[in-house]
Write a protein that binds this ligand. Structure first.
Ligand SMILES: [Zn+2]
Ligand SMILES: [Zn+2]
Length: 281
């Protein structure tokens, strides 16, 4: 197995970096620099599940957070919402520690997780300030975890997580998935909807809370991205943990999702850029 050949530590952080917070009694999220990893399962119990694997070089911090919740119990599985570097950055190191536990992702994401295909280079021309500009530094060579990678079950169930289902939310990447638990309407939205303006350096640093569309410089299909937000809004989530930003709940969340959809063209989609201009060429 290998991490991507251009994997390296990215000097980027936020005021919430290093925080481990509870969203439910059995759902926790840890902010690693700017990205969230989610732990699902009651504390101190075996059989928990990790969602996503953080930034490059952060395996130690994720392991410490896991240990504080579950002691030496390794997870039963890892679910990857998608294969962007900030969600898979430390997975190889984690698997070295935990042994080859199964890793699940959508089949459309497999080429990016088995070394076969790289995502398109981020669009540094998109408006969005310094984070879009430095996105050229992000690793984008694919990782290879073919030894442990398995497709999420076609019936929508999530291995190791009874009561949860996965939902295909393409647009940001072809095979991105969200996770939803009907019983208490808990949504893990990945980067389909995020609660911070990822392409504003200031807002990403202070983690100013607002419902936003996916990070602009890496989103390649804005039509699919809008349909995915519509799918998530229709779930009427009670709490949402997104790939970036603080968990949001209740009326603030639902109103934010509605406002995002109402203003999608002006708010979410960049005015110009490689991935939006393509249709006009
Ligand atoms: Zn992403
Ligand atoms: Zn992300």
């Amino acid at each position: 197995m290998q991490q991507s050949s251009d994997s390296h530590i990215i000097p980027m952080t936020s005021v919430n970096s290093g925080k481990l917070r509870a969203a439910r009694t059995d759902v926790f999220y840890y902010t690693d620099q700017i990205v969230n990893v989610v732990f699902i399962g009651p504390a101190n119990a075996p059989g928990w599940v990790l969602v996503d694997a953080g930034m490059p070089g952060k395996g130690g911090a994720i392991l410490r957070a896991a240990r504080s919740l579950y002691g030496d119990n390794p997870p039963a599985a890892i679910i990857l919402t998608h294969g962007h570097f900030d969600h898979v950055g430390s997975i190889v190191g984690l698997l070295e520690t935990w042994g080859n536990i199964p890793v699940y992702a959508h089949p459309l994401e497999a080429p990016f997780l088995t070394g076969r295909q790289a995502y398109p280079e981020p669009d540094v021309t998109v408006e969005g300030g310094v984070l879009a500009k430095i996105s050229a530094l992000y690793p984008h060579e694919p990782i290879d975890i073919s030894e442990v990678l398995q497709p999420l079950p076609a019936d929508g169930s999530v291995p190791g997580l009874p009561g949860w289902r996965w939902i295909h939310v393409p647009g940001h990447t072809p095979g991105q998935v969200a996770l939803f638990r009907e019983a208490d309407r808990t949504l893990i939205s990945a980067d389909a909807v995020i609660t911070v303006r990822q392409d504003s350096f200031y807002k990403a640093l202070v983690q100013k809370e607002e419902v936003n569309g996916p990070p602009r410089y890496l989103t390649t299909d804005w039509v699919a991205a809008e349909a995915s937000v519509r799918t998530l809004e229709a779930l009427q989530p009670e709490i949402m943990i997104s790939g970036h930003g603080t968990a949001m709940e209740g009326e603030e969340l639902r109103a934010g999702l509605q406002a995002l959809l109402l203003n999608w063209g002006e708010e979410a989609v960049p005015d110009h850029g490689r991935f939006v201009d393509r249709g006009n060429e």
